[in-house]
Ligand binder design. Structure first.
Ligand code: NAD
Ligand code: ZN
Length: 246
C-alpha cells in the first residue's frame, strides 16, 4: 500500500513537472552531496577542527584571512575534482524540455552549469569568482591560488565571491528571484535543509502566489509540513525518476 501510494505520488509530481508553464527549481547542498561535495550540516560537517558555518562569515575573514582562504582553497580543490551527478543531469534535462524554467541555487560549486543548465541564478555566489575587498574588481578564476591572493588592479586582498552568513544577497538578485517565484505555477525545492534565509521562504512566496510546491530531500525539513508534495530520499535517485520520459 505504501509503495503504491509512493508510485501514485511520483506520477502526480511527474505530471505537474511536465505540465508546468513556468517552473522554478531551488537547490541546496544536498543536490551536490552525491557528487562528493560535503554539505554544511551533514555528519561530516567539519573542516580541520572548525564548523564550516563558523568560517563562512565576514568576521572570520577579517580576523584571519589566511585561515579562511585555506578553507576556500581546500573547497575549490575538492569541488574541482567533483562531477555533476544524476540529480544535476536530471535538472538539466528538465530545463531542456520546460517552456520556462529558472534554477535558483544556494550552491557555490558551479555543478549545475557543468551539467548543462543555462538559466541558473547563484543566490550565494560562486567558489570560482573572486572579488576585491577594496575596489570593484571581480574575476572568474579556476586556477590554484596563492595563500592570500591580491587584486591585480589595486593590490589589496581578494576574497571569495560568495555570500557569507550575515551578508546581503547581491543587489537585484533577490528581486529577480521573487518576481519569477511569484509567477511560477510549480516550484520544486531539492536538497536544502530550508533553514538559510531568504532561500527558505521562497517556497512560501510561491505557494501564496498559487504555485504547487514540491520538496525532494533526504529527510523531512522545516518546510515539509506546508509543501503540497514531499518526496524523501536521495536526490540522485528521485530526480531522474521524476524527469525520465517527460
Ligand atoms: P544544508 O547543508 O543546510 O542542507 C542540506 C540538505 O540536503 C539537508 O536537509 C540534507 O538532509 C539534504 N541532503 C543531503 N544529502 C542529500 C541527498 N543525497 N539527496 C537529497 N537531499 C540530501 O544545505 P543548504 O540548505 O544548501 O544550506 C547551506 C548553505 O551553505 C548554503 O547557503 C550554501 O551556499 C552553502 N553550501 C554550499 C555547498 C555547495 O555549493 N555544494 C555545500 C555546502 C554548503
Ligand atoms: Zn582591487
Amino acid at each position: 500500500m505504501i509503495a503504491e501510494n509512493l508510485i501514485a505520488k511520483m506520477q502526480t509530481v511527474k505530471a505537474l513537472l511536465s505540465g508546468a508553464r513556468s517552473l522554478v527549481v531551488l537547490t541546496g547542498a544536498g543536490v551536490s552531496a552525491e557528487s562528493g561535495v560535503p554539505t554544511f550540516r551533514g555528519t561530516d560537517g567539519l573542516w580541520e577542527e572548525y564548523r564550516p558555518e563558523d568560517l563562512a562569515r565576514p568576521e572570520a575573514f577579517s580576523r584571519d584571512p589566511e585561515l579562511i582562504w585555506r578553507f576556500y582553497n581546500w573547497r575549490r580543490e575538492l569541488v574541482g575534482r567533483c562531477e555533476p551527478n544524476p540529480a544535476h543531469l536530471a535538472l538539466a534535462a528538465l530545463e531542456r524540455q520546460a517552456p520556462e524554467m529558472l534554477l535558483v541555487t544556494q550552491n557555490v560549486d558551479g555543478l549545475h552549469q557543468r551539467a548543462g543548465n543555462r538559466n541558473v541564478l547563484e543566490l550565494h555566489g560562486s567558489l570560482w569568482r573572486l572579488q576585491c575587498t577594496v575596489c570593484t574588481y571581480e574575476e572568474e578564476n579556476r586556477t590554484d591560488l596563492p595563500p592570500l591572493p591580491a587584486c591585480p588592479r589595486c593590490n589589496n586582498l581578494l576574497r571569495p565571491g560568495v555570500v557569507w552568513f550575515g551578508e546581503q544577497l547581491p543587489a537585484g538578485v533577490l528581486s529577480t528571484v521573487l518576481d519569477t517565484v511569484a509567477k511560477a505555477d510549480v516550484m520544486l525545492v531539492a536538497g536544502t535543509s530550508s533553514v538559510v534565509q531568504p532561500a527558505a521562504s521562497l517556497a512560501h512566496v510561491a505557494k501564496r502566489s498559487g504555485a504547487v510546491t514540491i520538496e525532494v530531500n533526504l529527510e523531512p525539513t522545516h518546510n515539509t509540513g506546508f509543501m503540497d508534495f514531499a518526496l524523501h530520499g536521495r536526490a540522485g535517485e528521485i530526480l531522474p525518476q521524476l524527469v525520465e520520459g517527460i
